[in-house]
Design a protein around this ligand. Sequence first.
Ligand code: ADP
Length: 495
Amino acid sequence: MTKELTVLFVTPEAVPFAKTGGLADVAGTLPLALQRQGLKLQVIMPLYGMIKQGEHSLSLVAENLKANLGPNLLEFNLFKATSGGVPFYFVERDEFYERSQLYGTSRGDYFDNLERYTFLARSLLPICLALDLKPDIVHCHDWQSALVPVYMKTDWSWLAPMADSASVFTIHNLAYQGLFDRAKFPLLGLDWSLFSIDGLEYYDSINLLKGGIMFADTITTVSRQYSREIQTPEFGYGLEGVLQSRAAVLTGIVNGVDYSNWDPATDPLLVANYHPQSLAGKAKNKQALMEKYGLASKLAAAPLLGMISRLADQKGFDLVASVLPKLLAQDVTLVILGTGEEKYHQLLTQEAQKYPGKLGVKIAYDNTLAHLIEAGADLFLMPSRYEPCGLNQIYSMKYGTIPVVRATGGLVDTVEPVDLAKGTGTGFQFEEYSPEAFLAALQAAISAYQNKSLWSKLMQNAMAQDFSWETSARAYLELYHQTLKRKTTEIRRAL
Ligand code: ADP
C-alpha cells in the first residue's frame, strides 16, 4: 500500500473564507476532493478582515509565532477553522491582512503587497514547526505564494520540516506576476545572487511568479490548452521563455467544480430548483432575474444573455461594448454582474443607461445574484482575451445555460462546439478576438435558441457534462507521486 501523502496548500484565497476569483474556488474545494482520495490536507492562508468578521468558527491554535521579513522578526498568531473536514489555518497579522479587500481597491494594488505575501511565505516554516507538520508536498498558488518554492530550495532546504518536501506551483493566471521594485529585494531575505536571470529578476524588477516557476519541482496550470498557450509570446506575458525552459515539469490539469455548491437541483440560492428532467423552475429564475434587473417583461420569451465576471481587460468587455448596438437592436436582453477596474464600471454604467429595459448592469460582488444569473439566463457570455480555465462556463452548462465563448485556454478544454446539423455540442465558440467574430457566434446562438427542439437538445448536452473534482484530483494525486519520485532521485544523485 502506498503511504498516505500529506499535502500543505498555501494560497492567498479560498472559499468559503475569502474570494476574488476562480483561484478561491479551486483552493477551497480541491483540498476536499484530495482528502476524498485518501490524502491528508492542510491549507494555509492570511486572516483577512472579512474572515474575522464572517461567521466562521475560528479557534486560536498558536500565539506569538515569529517569521522573518527582511532583517526583522515579526510576530503572528495562527487561527484554525475547518471546511468539509479539512483544516484551514489563518495567519493573523492585522498590519498586513486586516483590510477591506484582498489585494487592493479599484484604484490600485495595496502598496505593501510584497511585504504581505513575503510574510505569508515566511510564516510557513514556523507554522510547520509549531504544528509538527512534515508535508510531502507543498502546493502553492499564484504569485502570492510563489516565494515558498524559492525558500524550499534555498533557506529551508536542510531544515527538518521541509528537507524531504517537494513543491508544486500552480499558475491560475499568468498575467498577475507580483512585480516589485528591486529596492525592496532585501525584504525577501535572499542572497542578491538570486536577483538574476535564473532567479527572480525580470527587467530589473522583482518578479515573484518567475521565482515560483524557476524553483518549483513541478509547475501546473489549470487547463491543458493554457499550459501550451503560455509558452507562446501571445499568452506568455514575457515569461514564455522561462516557461519553455521548464517545459519538462510543466503540465495542465483542468479545474473541477464543486457541484454541491453549483447544482440547480439543490441550489438554495435560486428562486426555484430544476433538473434535466424537469426544467420548469428555470423559467421562474429567468422571470425573477429579469425583474431584479428591471428588464422589459414583454421580452420574456426572448433569449436572456448573462455575464458574471471580474471587470478586467482579460474578460473581453471591449468586445461586449462593441457588439451592443447590433446585439441589442434585436429582441434580446443582457444582464451583467461584475466588479473590478474603474474604467469598466463607468463604461458599463453608461451603456446600461442607453438601453433601458434591455441591458441591466450591477457593479457588485454578489454570490446570490451570480447563482440566479447562472440559472435564469439562456446564454452565458465569456468573450475572454485569454482564460486559464474559467469556471463560469462550467457552472453555466450545469444550469442549462449555453456558453458563448472565445476559443482560448480552458474554454477550449471544457466547451464542445455545437454542431447545428447533428445537435451535438455544449456551447458556441469563436476564434478571432474581434467584435465581428463575437457577434457571429452570438447570432448563431440566438438563432439556435429560436429552434426549441434543437435548443432543448443543447441544454441536455450541457447539463450532462461532469466536471466534478474527482478526475482532476486523481490527476493531482498522480502528479504528487511523480514529483516526489523525481525529487528523491535528484537527492540521491546529489549525495
Ligand atoms: P477568474 O478566476 O478569472 O475571475 P473564473 O471564471 O475562473 O474567473 O472564476 C470566477 C469566479 O468568481 C466564479 O465562481 C464567479 O461566479 C465568481 N465571480 C466573479 N465575479 C463575481 C461577482 N461580481 N459576483 C459574484 N461572483 C463573481
